[in-house]
Design a protein around this ligand. Structure first.
Ligand code: UD1
Ligand code: CA
Length: 501
């Protein structure tokens, strides 16, 4: 009964994640396990998968550039303990370092690597379940792969696993084996400790191989089993940036597939990138070249793209976002954004609001039904409902020292090419005349006009641009006008009069 209960839950005593290697093939100042795919570090995927086992202890073995890895883990996975491997003497030494912080541990210890980003918690759970079902002392995760080069090979006698041989130590016959060691195992803790104690670096790489624990256990008459994973890509490690890109593409393909099966239309999966954790409702449509990043969520019926990047953006139902770059913004239900819009942090669009072409917004609350359709900078602004902002309006929010806020009340109308010099308050139901530079508040129902009075200086072209094409056009137009009777006579007369002045 109690045994049945433990089989039902996959809880284990500990998971040790090896992440201390130098990762030299990445050629990077950033430790390998901090490289990202689908918006997250490789180590965070490893920790997530391990967490599915609800381990009593979750230990990440760090070494190379460990300050960076520790700082990152403290941020994304504070529940994790770290153990330090002083020098990268091999995977056997890495696990030894991990066990050192788990002194006297008994039960099941799962070992994984920080550089196998597609591995799922489900796969780890199945591995633990099969370990228990087969009453093994060690269970390996293996896979049959198209190209086993570089991996440790599983050597079997009949069906029984007898040892693992590394690429560099393998004979030609052994290199022909296409079943590989995924580097993911369940161990009986005491057997593991005993096996690690006896490791020797007598191999081509001069390292302490964790994999040698297998042969030790077999020699000691213990049960070693293997679970062959059909989905071999889950076992694929990242050692260089070519593999990183390949794994990132595969992970993306899996995320897109999941989204499509959940009711999202993705017109061009080859140019659509979605981070792990993005939330998409049914009947969302994603057009080509769309990238959805961070904690982005898209409401039912919304259409995003083409050529759009959204980072931590919340999009409401039936909204449309075309050729837009947006970050830390909220877009209301039925709102429309783009083409060519730039929404910066703190932008909030209400229901059916509109931000159009060549508009940049920042810390801007844009009310329901409010329109900012063309060529505008709207920063530090609070716009009510049903406001219309004319083309080319600038919210001048910065006086060289501080940022100030502009407010525009409900159903007000700001004429084209206005500058609203903050701090300024335009009440609800007000008008601002086109071309105004507004520096003072505007009251309800008022029209603010703040621009020079128009003055037409007659005869200016004839005097100051004589002989130009413009002047000739003016003479012709005046002559035509003269032929029009009274009105023309007046114009021509006026011209003569100006000339006389
Ligand atoms: C290892 C396995 C190989 C398996 C492959 C699967 C051994 C000896 N070989 O080889 O059988 O097919 O993984 O990907 O175990 N690490 C440390 N400290 C060290 C060395 C490595 O923490 O001293 C960590 C690395 O950071 C990495 C993991 O262990 O996360 C695997 O190390 P890596 O050097 O990539 O091992 P492989 O040569 O790939
Ligand atoms: Ca590796």
């Amino acid at each position: 009964m109690s045994e049945h209960a433990t089989v039902e839950s996959s809880q284990v005593a500990a998971v040790v994640v090896m992440a201390a290697g130098a990762g030299t093939r990445m050629k990077s100042a950033v430790p390998k396990v901090l490289h990202r795919l689908a918006g997250r570090s490789m180590i965070s995927f490893a920790v997530d998968a391990a967490s599915a086992l609800e381990p009593q202890h979750l230990v990440v073995v760090v070494g190379h550039e460990r300050e960076q890895v520790e700082a990152h883990l403290a941020e994304v996975a504070p529940q994790v303990k770290t153990a330090v491997q002083e020098r990268p003497l091999g995977t056997g030494d890495a696990v030894r370092s991990g066990l050192a912080v788990l002194a006297g541990i008994t039960g099941e210890v799962v070992v994984t690597s920080g550089d196998v980003p597609l591995l799922t918690g489900q796969t780890l759970t199945e591995l633990v379940v099969s370990h228990r079902d087969q009453r093994n002392d060690i269970t390996l995760l293996t896979a049959v792969v198209p190209d086993p080069t570089g991996y440790g090979r599983i050597v079997r006698e009949g069906a029984t696993v007898t040892r693992i041989v590394e690429q560099q130590d393998a004979t030609a016959d052994e290199r022909a084996i296409d079943e590989i060691n995924a580097g993911i195992y369940v161990f009986d803790a005491e057997l593991l400790a005993e096996g690690l104690a006896g490791l020797q670096a007598k191999n081509a790489q001069g390292e302490l191989y964790l994999t040698d624990v297998i042969a030790h256990a077999v020699a000691a008459g213990r049960r070693v089993g293997a679970r062959v994973l059909d989905d071999y890509l889950q076992t694929e490690g990242v050692n260089d940036r070519v593999q990183l890109a390949a794994m990132a593409a595969e992970l993306n393909r899996r995320i897109l597939r999941r989204a499509m099966l959940d009711g999202v239309t993705i017109v061009d999966p080859t140019t659509t990138w979605i981070h792990d954790g993005v939330d998409l409702a049914e009947d969302v449509t994603l057009l080509p070249n769309t990238s959805l990043e961070g904690a982005t969520s898209i409401g039912r019926g919304a259409t995003i793209g083409p050529d759009t990047t959204l980072i931590d953006v919340e999009v409401g139902e039936n909204a449309t976002v075309i050729r837009t770059h947006a970050e830390l913004a909220e877009i209301g239900d039925g709102a429309t954004v783009g083409p060519f819009s730039y929404l910066r942090p703190g932008t909030e669009l209400g229901v059916k609001a509109k931000v159009g072409a060549f508009v940049e917004t920042k810390k801007a609350i844009i009310g329901d039904g409010t329109k900012v359709p063309h060529l505008t900078y709207c920063g530090d602004a609070v716009l009510g409902e049903g406001v219309n902002i004319g083309a080319g309006t600038i919210f001048a929010n910065y006086d060289g020292v501080t940022k100030n806020t502009t407010t525009v009340g409900d159903h007000s109308f700001v004429g084209s090419d206005s500058v609203l010099v903050a701090p300024v308050h335009i009440a609800g139901g007000a008008y601002v005349a086109a071309g105004s530079t507004i520096t003072g508040d505007v009251g309800p129902g008022e029209l603010a006009v703040a621009r020079g009075q128009q003055r037409n200086i007659r005869g200016w072209v004839a005097r100051r641009r004589a002989g130009t094409a413009t002047d000739r056009a003016a003479q012709a137009a005046l002559k035509d006008a003269a032929g029009l009777g009274d009105q023309g006579d007046t114009l021509a007369g006026a011209q003569r009069q100006e000339e006389a002045e």
